[in-house]
Write a protein that binds this ligand. Structure first.
Ligand code: HEC
Length: 249
């Protein structure tokens, strides 16, 4: 009787993972136990972390996570920041399935796998998750491309949702007569600025009038008016966006 199969052993190792009650995220998401860096994790890091954790790192990130050795060395912190705390990337965006993959990978000892394995190879048939949309990761999934160009935050995907929630409504920076003639309902409105003039700092967050208000710098009034200020994570995302040349999309 072959009761102790490799699969059984690996499952035992996984089930020892603390922090998520009885089931691991991988069990909840129905993910098999042989998750590897090249097949599963690198595409996630490319999409979610490379904008800042390149080598050398950018936008204030302290450490590169750009190859297997760096990801292996940081794997416990990747688990903490991207999965358990959910504080990386600063603007959020890691999906439940991606979190489950990261958790399963770290639990398994952060294995490298086959460098030639693409995300669609070396995966068991039951890994073909139907709920993973075709553009789920939003990156070039070809692992032979050493590093996809980093994808900075954009107005459409990242900044506008914040504006919609916190700034761009009637009576503030939206509606028919936006406050200070600054209309933050559209990208064009942001670029035009208001009575105070340019907000972009021409790509320098330290000189951006927009960031001045978000941080209430130089004695300028805090925006959103009356507070509370936006979360630090969000402000950092906006600074990253400005530094990247404030792309619309
Ligand atoms: C927009 C830029 C940006 C992106 C994208 C980003 N980070 Fe970070 N990261 C930072 C900054 C800034 C810091 C330093 C401040 C901090 O620790 O919060 C940091 C710090 C870290 C640290 C070191 C501090 C610690 O807690 O050990 C880890 C690990 C980390 N990030 C992991 C990730 C992972 C994993 C991803 C992708 C899922 C990611 N980051 C995406 C900007 C970014």
């Amino acid at each position: 009787m072959m009761r102790w199969t490799m699969g059984g052993l690996a499952l035992l190792a996984l089930s020892g993972c603390p922090g998520f009650g009885d089931k691991t995220l991988a069990e909840l998401e129905g993910i098999s136990d042989d998750v590897t860096y090249h097949a599963d994790i690198r595409p996630i890091l490319e999409a979610r972390c490379f904008p800042c954790h390149t080598d050398p790192p950018k936008f204030g990130a302290p450490n590169p996570i750009a190859n297997y050795d760096q990801a292996f060395g940081t794997s416990q912190r990747i688990l903490v920041r991207a999965v358990q705390e959910g504080t990386m990337p600063p603007g959020g965006g890691v999906t439940g399935e991606e979190k489950a993959l990261i958790e399963a990978w770290v639990s398994a000892g952060a294995p490298e796998g086959d460098p030639a394995a693409g995300p669609d190879m070396a995966i068991e048939p039951d890994m073909a998750e139907p709920d993973a949309g075709p553009d789920d990761l939003g990156v070039d999934m070809d692992p032979s491309v050493d590093m996809a160009p980093p994808a900075p935050p954009t107005w459409d995907d990242d900044v506008r949702p914040v504006m919609d929630m916190s700034c761009a409504f009637p009576g503030c920076h939206g509606g028919g007569m936006p406050s200070s003639n600054l209309d933050l309902t559209t990208y064009a409105g942001f670029i035009a600025g208001g009575f105070g003039g340019d907000l972009t700092g021409e790509g320098d967050p330290a000189r951006s009038g927009f960031v001045d208000r978000l941080r209430a710098r130089d004695g300028l009034p805090l925006m959103p008016q009356g507070g509370p200020s936006l979360d630090e994570d969000i402000i950092v995302m906006i600074e990253t966006w400005i530094a990247a040349g404030f792309p619309e999309n």
